[in-house]
Design a protein around this ligand. Structure first.
Ligand SMILES: *[C@@H]1O[C@H](CO)[C@@H](O)[C@H](O)[C@H]1NC(C)=O
Ligand SMILES: *[C@@H]1O[C@H](CO)[C@@H](O)[C@H](O)[C@H]1NC(C)=O
Ligand SMILES: *[C@@H]1O[C@H](CO)[C@@H](O)[C@H](O)[C@H]1NC(C)=O
Length: 415
């Protein structure tokens, strides 16, 4: 497990999750997805998928975003972390002797008529390379995250139900998910009933949906950190989720061996008018796909050398003294102020897309009267574009055009 993940937990005073550590980060824990099985979810008779935009309400809770959807027959509501940095969808299932506490009841497979276990003999058992055959010939899985938390259980298939723009329900049959029977007690809080993997690997909900809704694409609009949990925004799927119109900027997705993360190329970051290239040299020799967008990681994580330059420039431009006498804040750059800072505005310069970041997206209050730069550092040369900076943008992931699009928006007003 990477030590920097631990550091971040302390610094932000939040129980955090991180998506899978990928093979291309130095702190190597790799999950290889060994077989590409094409899954084709099916619809009930008479259902027209092409004219439907499935949606899922998403709300903020302690640095993570909880997505609402239903599984099973009759539909059972779950609230689980929306995570573009991993693939498996899972929820805690009865019986759960080795699970963490959750405030809502747990999903009980015996009460659903559409639940089926994935047999060991099925190709689906190999969607994750950690699938093992139990004596009962069930496909047991183990899935671990960068912060050391994990889930263990049985791979199963269920009907997953979304709502749509018209209010109608949109059922998708045969979605592979993990019924968690043994989940980290320290990794998740009692509002989180599991996690929805929205990455690009074959096991993810996005890959399983494929082009069922007229196109392999989805969009999110995350409300800013500390937004009341009753205020939700929407995650949308399929062709109707395409982000377009005036003010949209787009950057290419970069394909790498690891299919899970959505890699893009960050050329540099401006602090006010001061441009800082990603690498020590210039924007011309920046490696393609040097960051990935991860809705399951709150801070933005940059290579130490780049991070240090960004922090130095922020310090230079903020006319206040940073907090140095509060050990609970660790080494992060914080300021004591009642309201958020007035500036500087940062700009993330992606290849082909400049994305402006206001203080509400970059300065995060870990406690009352203190605002800290929501960035941290890594020894890896691949960074993470975290969920703080993704907030208040409608972000579209178009996996066919291989583009990520950004459109500034007040996500608290988005319906
Ligand atoms: C498979 O998972 C079930 C439920 O969590 C557990 O009881 C069983 O011991 C596991 N078997 C193996 C071989 O891991
Ligand atoms: C749950 O997982 C932990 C960690 O892998 C293991 O030590 C423990 O025995 C498991 N419990 C059950 C009931 O399988
Ligand atoms: C982060 O930066 C600090 C200060 O520059 C350094 O001491 C630490 O080793 C860095 N952490 C990682 C994981 O690179």
């Amino acid at each position: 497990m990477a030590s920097y993940y631990l550091t971040i937990c302390v610094l932000f005073l939040l129980p955090l999750h991180f998506s899978l550590i990928h093979g291309n980060t130095e702190e190597g824990f790799t999950i290889n997805l060994i077989r590409k099985t094409s899954l084709q979810p099916s619809f009930p008779q008479g259902f027209s998928a092409m004219s439907t935009i499935p949606q899922s309400p998403v709300s903020a809770y302690l640095g993570e975003y909880l997505m609402e959807l239903s599984i099973g027959t009759p539909p059972f509501k779950i609230y689980a972390i929306a995570d573009t940095g991993s693939d498996l969808m899972w929820t805690q299932c009865v019986p759960c002797n080795d699970c963490y506490k959750q405030i809502n009841p747990m999903f009980d497979p015996t009460k659903s008529s559409s639940y089926t276990n994935v047999p060991c003999s099925s190709n689906l058992c190999h969607l994750l390379d950690t699938g093992v055959c139990s004596p009962q010939k069930e496909c047991n899985y183990t899935y671990a995250y960068g912060d050391g938390s994990m889930t263990q259980g049985v791979l199963a298939q269920e009907t997953v139900t979304f709502t749509s723009t018209t209010g109608a329900s949109v059922p998708l049959k045969g979605i592979v998910f993990g019924c968690g029977h043994n989940d980290s007690k320290n990794g998740f809080n009692d509002h989180e009933m599991g996690l929805i993997g929205l990455g690009g690997g074959p096991a993810s909900l996005i890959s399983q949906m494929g082009s069922s809704f007229g196109g392999k694409m989805f969009s999110q609009c995350l409300v800013p950190f500390h937004t009341d949990e009753r205020v939700s925004s929407k995650m949308s799927f399929g062709r109707g989720s395409k982000v377009s119109g005036s003010g949209v900027v787009s950057t290419p997705l970069v394909t790498k061996e690891d299919k899970t993360p959505y890699f893009v190329t960050l050329l540099g970051i401006s602090v006010g008018n001061k441009y800082l290239p990603y690498s020590g040299g210039s924007s011309q020799n920046v490696a393609k796909g040097n960051v990935f967008l991860d809705s399951g990681t709150p801070p933005t994580i940059l290579p130490t050398e780049f991070y240090d330059r960004v922090v130095a420039e922020v310090k230079n431009q903020v006319p206040m003294k940073p907090v140095v006498d509060d050990p609970s804040l660790g080494t992060q750059l914080c300021y004591r102020t009642k309201n958020n800072l007035g500036g500087p505005v940062l700009t993330a310069h992606f290849e082909g897309a400049d994305v402006k970041l206001e203080p509400i997206q970059t300065f995060i209050p870990p406690k009352d009267g203190v605002f800290c730069l929501g960035f941290t550092n890594t020894s890896s040369d691949v960074g993470i574009y975290g969920n703080f900076v993704q907030s208040n943008y409608l972000i579209g992931f178009d996996l066919e055009a291989k583009m990520v699009s950004f459109k500034a928006r007040d996500c608290t007003k988005n319906t």
